[in-house]
Design a protein around this ligand. Structure first.
Ligand code: APR
Length: 258
């Protein structure tokens, strides 16, 4: 199966990787579902945008605990770096990821579509300015926007007073109930239309609209290689080659077969 998968990768004109939480498990980031999945411990409802807007400080406390304690401290693993190496060899055209951990970019992948956004930036709910999370003190929740605009005070045109925005900052990730970033959405479905090979790594395929991308690719004639420790909703429906195992081990075997 590795020989066949390697042949497909070498002969493909346009290969795209579609990744989920499973590719980052060996970097130390728990998945959402399955054994020790985050949703066994935390209620996904806290990731509804309506909950965040109504319970901002509480929602931030949960996000800091499950995402930001790890964010920036975990490193890409050999599965992330393998995808970046394949891109460097022109054997991988793009990575579409559902993950918000920035590990594909950290591993050196250039063409990455972050379908659910990224924890790296915080966005102001008032002025929409984006701030790198490394520039924000998360000991004070909710973090607030420090952008200050010089504004004329009514009446005395010559005097200026900096007005602090002070809007609430939100992680620049897609909460349940929010729309997908336009660029990532458009490019991802374009790839589903054009690619002749999709490599699915570490995803249950349970969350729409992301989970439609591999199905669109299949419908447009792409071959599907799937890498997962267990079967997913894709395995018996669209997967052509199922390489069962941990993302790092399977990608290392695949790289030696290429
Ligand atoms: N190697 C490969 N696959 C793995 C590994 C591993 N070491 N460990 C776990 N997996 C697989 C699991 O078998 C499962 O199929 O990774 C998948 C993780 O599934 P989910 O936790 O559901 O992750 P994902 O599919 O990315 O979830 C999609 O759900 O909650 C939302 O927005 C969140 O982006 C996320 C979306």
């Amino acid at each position: 199966m590795y020989e066949e998968a390697a042949r497909l990768i070498k002969n493909s004109k346009r290969t795209v990787a579609f990744t989920g939480a499973g590719i980052s498990v060996e970097s130390g980031i728990p998945p959402f579902r399955g054994k020790n999945g985050l949703w066994n411990k935390y209620d996904p409802a806290t990731f509804e945008i309506s909950y965040f807007l109504g319970n901002t400080e509480k929602s931030w406390e949960v996000m800091r605990e499950i995402f930001y304690e790890l964010f920036g401290k975990v490193k890409p693993n050999s599965a992330h770096t393998a995808l970046a190496e394949l891109e460097g060899q022109n054997l991988m055209h793009a990575v579409i990821t559902q993950n918000v951990d920035n590990l594909h970019t950290d591993a050196g992948s250039k063409n990455v579509y972050e379908f659910h956004g990224s924890l790296k930036k915080l966005v102001c709910l008032k002025c929409s300015a984006k701030t790198d999370v490394s520039d924000v003190d998360l000991n004070i929740l909710p973090p607030r926007c420090t952008r200050s605009d010089l504004k004329e005070r009514p009446g005395d045109g010559e005097r200026h007073k900096a007005v602090l925005c002070n809007g609430v900052l939100k992680p620049d990730v897609v909460f349940f109930g929010e729309s997908i970033p336009k660029h990532a959405y458009t490019k991802s479905f374009e790839e589903a239309d054009k690619a002749d090979l999709f490599i699915l790594i570490g995803t249950t395929g349970e969350v729409a609209p992301a989970n439609m991308i591999p199905r669109m690719a299949k419908r447009s004639g792409a071959n599907i290689i799937e890498i997962n420790t267990t079967e997913s909703s894709y395995t018996d429906s669209i997967t052509d080659i199922f390489l069962k195992g941990k993302a790092t081990e399977v990608m290392e075997n695949l790289m030696s077969a290429i």
